[in-house]
Every structure is written in C-alpha cells, then in structure tokens.
Design a protein around this ligand. Sequence first.
Ligand SMILES: *[C@@H]1O[C@H](CO)[C@@H](O)[C@H](O)[C@H]1NC(C)=O
Ligand SMILES: *[C@@H]1O[C@H](CO)[C@@H](O)[C@H](O)[C@H]1NC(C)=O
Ligand SMILES: *[C@@H]1O[C@H](CO)[C@@H](O)[C@H](O)[C@H]1NC(C)=O
Ligand SMILES: *[C@@H]1O[C@H](CO)[C@@H](O)[C@H](O)[C@H]1NC(C)=O
Ligand SMILES: *[C@@H]1O[C@H](CO)[C@@H](O)[C@H](O)[C@H]1NC(C)=O
Ligand SMILES: *[C@@H]1O[C@H](CO)[C@@H](O)[C@H](O)[C@H]1NC(C)=O
Length: 533
Amino acid sequence: MARGIRNDEAMLAFLLLQIVSFCGSWPLSTNSRWIVDDASGKRVKLACVNWPSHLEPMIAEGLEKKPINVIVKKISETGFNCVRFTWSTYMFTRPDYGNLTVSKSLERFNLSAAKAGIAKNNPRFLNMSVVQLHKAVVDELGKNKVMVVLDNHVSRPTWCCSGDGNGFFGDADFSPEEWLRGLAAVAKAYKAHPAVVGMSMRNELRGSRQNEADWYKYMQQGANTIHAQSPDFLVIVSGLNFDNNLGFLKSKPLAVNVRNKLVYEAHWYSFGIPAEKWAAQTNQLCATVTKWARDNYLFLIAGNNSFPLFLSEFGINQRGDDLADNRYISCLLAAVAEADLDWALWALQGSYILREGHVNLEEIYGVLDINWDHPRNPAFLDKLQVVRQINQDFKSKHPTYYILFHPLSGQCVHVVKNDIVVATCKNASRWDHHQDGGPIRLAGSPWCLGVAGDGTTPRVSKDCSSKWKLVSSTGLHLAAQDGRGKHLCLEKNASDSKLVTKKCLCVGDNLADLPTCAQNPEAQWFKLIPANI
Ligand SMILES: *[C@@H]1O[C@H](CO)[C@@H](O)[C@H](O)[C@H]1NC(C)=O
Ligand SMILES: *[C@@H]1O[C@H](CO)[C@@H](O)[C@H](O)[C@H]1NC(C)=O
Ligand SMILES: *[C@@H]1O[C@H](CO)[C@@H](O)[C@H](O)[C@H]1NC(C)=O
Ligand SMILES: *[C@@H]1O[C@H](CO)[C@@H](O)[C@H](O)[C@H]1NC(C)=O
Ligand SMILES: *[C@@H]1O[C@H](CO)[C@@H](O)[C@H](O)[C@H]1NC(C)=O
Ligand SMILES: *[C@@H]1O[C@H](CO)[C@@H](O)[C@H](O)[C@H]1NC(C)=O
C-alpha cells in the first residue's frame, strides 16, 4: 500500500507539473514565420480577442457589467486562447493617472452608474489603482490559461484615432521618450508573468508626422527597450498608416537585436469601400484587397527571411446587417486561413464605459452583447474555426494535403458516405491537388471530385477526368467542365449543407470576372487550405 501511495503521489506530482508547464510561464519564440513554445518546441497559435483598457477611465471594459471571472470564462468559451489587452502610456508614466483609484478615475467623469456596477460586480477593484487593476485582469486571464499580449494603444487615455495627438512620434501627446519609459515600465511590471507572451509596441501609427525614418529609429529603440527589460517577451512591431503598411520592409529590413522574438502586426478592416461597390464587384474587390494585404504585410511570412505576422485587428459589425463587412470577412477568412496567421479579433466588449463622450456606448463589433451576457453572433464565432485551428507548422515546407474551406459558411468540405457536404473544419476531408487545372483527389485514395451536371451534386469516384481550375480574379471559384465542355462552379446549396455544381456566378464564359454583377458569388467561393498537421 505504501508503495502504491507513493506512486499515486508521484503521479499526482507529475500531473501537477504537466498542468503547470501547460499554463505556466511559457516563453514563446519565433521559428521562421511561426510562433513556437520554447518548452515543447511546438507551434502555438494566437487566436486572440482585443480587450480595451486604454480609454479615459483606464479600466478594462465590462467590469461594471460582469464579475471578472465570468468575463474571462466567456473569452475561453467563445473560442479565444489569448487577449490583446490594451494600455495607455500615461497609466505607467504619470502618477496622476496610474495611481488614481478605480473609484476616483470614474468620479472624474461622473460615471456613477459604472462605479455602482463595479461595486456590485467587482467590489475588490474599487480601491485599486488603475495600474493594480490592469495587473489583476492579467492575473485572472493567466489563472484561466488565457495568453496575454499587452498593447500600447495610445499615450493619453482616450479613444483613437484622428487628430487626437496620439498618432505619431512628436504629436502633442506622443513623446518618444515617455513612450519608451512606458514600454520599459510595462515590460518590467509584467516580466516573468505567466500569462504575458508579448508586447505590441504601438497601435495604429498615423497622421501627418508619420515617416519611415522615424519609424525605423523608434521601432528599433522600442524593441530594444522591451527586450532589455523582459527578454522572454515577443516583441510585436506595427506598421504605418493605421497599421496597414509594412511594405517598406521589402527594401529595408528593421535592424533589431531581439533574437528570435520579432513578430510583425497589421490590421485589416473593410473601411473605405462602399457597400454598393462590394455588391456590384465582389470578386474584383476581394482580389484587390487580398493583393493589397499581400503587398503591405502578408509578404512577410513568405521567403527565406520570413517573420510571424499577427493580424492584431480585424472584425465586422456582428449584427450581421452590413453588406460590405459580410463580403469582406469571407474574403479575409480565405486569405487568413490560407496563410494560417496568428490573429486578434476586434473586439470582446459589447459596450464601453465611456467612449468619445458617450456613456455606456454599444460596440457592434463586439463578441458580447451590450449587457455582456451572451455572444452577439454565435454563427460568426463558429466561422472562425478554420483560423482558430493549426493547419500548418514549420516541420514541413510543403503542404501534405489540403482542406477545402467555404468562407461564406465558415465550414469545410466533407465526404460522408455518398454525400459531399460542408461541416466543421475540425475534421474536414483531406485532398490532394497538385496543380491548377488538375484533379482534386481525396488524399491517399483513388477517389476524385467530379462534375456530374448543372445543378447536381458533384461525384466522388474513381473518374478523375474533371480538371479543376481556380477562376475569377479571386481564384476562389473552383470550375471544371461538364460533359458538353461547359464550365460549372462548385457551390454550396443555399438551403442545405450539400454541394452542387452550377453556372459560375459573376464569372464570364472566358472564366474572368464580369465587370459588374448583381449576384453574390460567395456561395461559390472555396479555398484550398494547405495543411501538414
Ligand atoms: C504610484 O505611486 C507609487 C508610490 O505610492 C509609485 O511607486 C509609483 O511609481 C506610482 N505610479 C506611477 C504610475 O507613477
Ligand atoms: C460632474 O458633475 C459635476 C456636478 O454636477 C459638474 O460640475 C462637472 O462638470 C461634471 N464633470 C464632468 C466631467 O462631466
Ligand atoms: C475602500 O477604501 C475605503 C476608504 O479607505 C473604505 O472605507 C472601503 O471599505 C474600502 N472598500 C473596499 C471594497 O475595500
Ligand atoms: C532561399 O534560399 C534558398 C536556399 O538557400 C535559395 O536557393 C533561394 O534562392 C532563396 N530564395 C530567395 C528568394 O532568396
Ligand atoms: C466530425 O466531427 C463531428 C463533430 O465535431 C462529428 O459529428 C462527425 O462525425 C465527424 N466526422 C468525421 C468524418 O469524423
Ligand atoms: C438543394 O436544396 C434544395 C432545397 O432543400 C433541394 O430541393 C435540392 O434538391 C438541393 N440540391 C441538391 C443538389 O441537393
């Protein structure tokens, strides 16, 4: 018995060690374009949600609505393993900001309802300073094994972005020296914190002062400052023009000495393209914005000198009624799934305590509803499965198979008995596809995907004569010829989960885009996602 007990104890100790090593201080590093866990050597994928704590009150949004443990549970339950948690420089450089208690900070803006809400939901936070509160939130995330990226969002606590003095080095509120002190203070405060995996150096540089020379100078200083203080952290470098542009790195790399810790970040929204244009030219716009993303930042993950790219903001109006957002997100998901990027959705919060002078302002891009009770749009969260999962890692340079992703449904193609359907991407069917215009074959089998006819289910059989081409400027339509030589496109049947082949939408007989098109081609968008896991 004694021996048995010892064994149990040993087993328990072993299990505890396992748990600790899983949730514990996992320094992350980079291996070419991948983020990896130092301890296991395995790829870690950041599937984060943004959670602001940088607005005027300097208080993580939502603490006035729900207890912290409830919010953190919701983060995990809605499918995120990580939070991009924001802070403003002054919180960590100016005692008259950072040492304000939560109560005082709210009283300054007469936010009595929020104060009452925190007293009710999180009473222990009222007497903390806003800096202590920031740490308490990170601690709670860590306890729940949620990784944290700390994002320096602004200098003066406020909503960003235009004409706010927070845009670029030298702006009214953006002293480079104070910014560096802030980075050092945060890197020091969170050094060796088990939850924190990295620091995002500055959100959305912008405005009339922005220029490449200063970018290189200050990014170098910022990276070295973080690394000197906390050498385990990933150092995450953002671009110019609202974090939309890192294209200049093609001609001049950033010279920093942070070993294998350097990660770049970028943002991708639908802003600036009117819905009418999306409605009339969905294929062309998707091709244009995907090329734009490639030229501005996706290029960083390719080639011999590649880096991880963290898509640290993207998102949609989650009420679902914004046509531009709805088309953009399918297009984005195809590109992000193919690239297997690390990412952070904008955003968690269903509401803000105070934003741009509005009290309790709703965030329609928020995962949670205005009361922080329920996910606003569970179907949208389901669509993120393909980008949540790891499809590729660094062990092989080449895909060993593909999964066939349908961005509109957020699902992937499965062959189930005699049916060909879309369902969860977790266990999608695996395909071989060696060249554009070649067969699409179930991996390791003699069975190929074939056109049967207009409006009918494609067949999966030993007939491998269907040659599938990636057509339209997006390359997202998969077309092959029927018996009479007419090209038909793969499509998800609107009212069930089955696939059919039909006349290609918004694509002419020459397989190029129609100049304009009133139909929505998204039902026919598919992406072969390379995988090797
Ligand atoms: C807040 O006050 C403490 C001493 O009470 C000081 O050590 C700390 O630096 C102050 N915080 C800031 C942000 O200045
Ligand atoms: C808060 O309320 C007081 C008293 O009504 C008023 O004098 C003050 O201007 C208010 N402050 C803000 C920031 O609204
Ligand atoms: C906060 O501090 C005040 C004054 O020191 C005290 O009266 C109050 O009980 C404290 N509240 C909490 C929740 O600790
Ligand atoms: C990448 O490295 C390989 C092997 O060293 C070399 O053959 C190839 O030309 C390089 N590619 C580029 C784009 O530099
Ligand atoms: C895929 O997973 C779903 C549930 O997640 C399950 O219902 C289904 O049977 C699985 N399919 C295959 C082919 O394993
Ligand atoms: C597509 O769905 C409709 C409505 O459910 C159904 O009538 C039709 O048979 C389906 N088409 C195929 C090819 O399964």
